[in-house]
Design a protein around this ligand. Structure first.
Ligand code: PEP
Length: 249
């Protein structure tokens, strides 16, 4: 049975005091929910966030990591380092990592493999760009992203995978995929996984939607049968908005 998840990607926002304030407010406003709630603060605030929320139902995750255990990789953070500060889930393949930092499928494959080998969960992000949507190639683009990075995994590995479909044209733009567009793609993703693996794996993997989710549209998007929650950027930076989105699931 797949899980419902609402996750907040804070990106490069919130210093230590702001991290404290936002998490404190969020814990105060947290609606009662069966969904898993996750937040991804910046690396430097992970430990603090973990300690602050450890008695709550909020899981702290990382926004990225390196594939190597250690070594001459200036500015990078390893899976083991994340684990020692209480982080067991990592976002990989966010479109900003792909477009701004040049992360490609080959690199993301190594990162996913490392995260899973270290016993972490990988929240793998993927999605088409506006040009792909306009050209009508969005299904094949998404299928290629999935197959390049995930389709070498063993069946058991899928227990550690969370998918986040994030059409790039809807991220931070205020433009949201319609609930029908989200459902159409999520159903396609599940069908593609069922064909490659089987119905059980396809049915058990959580597929989140990401792209300008806000309190006003969350309920309709989350009501779609193949949408298992959301990865939220901008609206996760306000406790009231994020709490409202959690309440919508
Ligand atoms: C994101 O960056 O993952 C995201 C979905 O951002 P936003 O909600 O701001 O579109």
């Amino acid at each position: 049975m797949r899980k419902k998840i609402v996750a907040g990607n804070w990106k490069m926002n919130n210093d230590l005091a702001q991290t404290d304030l936002l998490l404190t407010e969020l814990m105060q406003r947290m609606p009662s929910t069966d969904a898993e709630v996750m937040v991804a603060p910046t690396f430097v605030n992970l430990r603090y966030a973990y300690e602050l929320t450890r008695k709550s139902n909020i899981e702290v995750m990382a926004q990225n990591m390196h594939f190597a255990d250690s070594g001459a990789f200036t500015g990078e953070i390893s899976a083991e380092m994340l684990k020692t500060v209480g982080v067991n889930t990592v976002i990989l393949g966010h479109s900003e990592r792909r477009s701004i930092f040049g992360e490609d499928d080959a690199l993301l494959t190594k990162k996913v493999d490392t995260a899973l080998a270290k016993g972490m969960k990988a929240m793998f992000c993927f999605g088409e760009e506006l040009a792909d949507r306009k050209a009508g190639s969005y299904f094949s683009v998404v299928e290629t992203q999935l197959s390049n990075v995930l389709f070498h995994l063993k069946e058991k590995d899928w227990q550690q995978v969370i998918l986040a479909y994030e059409p790039v044209w809807a991220i931070g733009t205020g433009e949201t995929a319609t609930p029908e567009q989200a459902q159409e793609m999520h159903a396609f993703i599940r069908k593609t996984i069922a064909e490659k693996y089987n119905e059980t794996i396809a049915g058990n993997v959580s597929i989140l939607y990401g792209g300008s989710v806000k309190p006003a549209n969350a309920k309709e998007i989350f009501a779609q049968p193949d949408v298992d929650g959301g990865l939220v950027g901008g609206a996760s930076l306000k406790a009231d908005d994020f709490a409202a989105i959690i309440a919508a699931i």
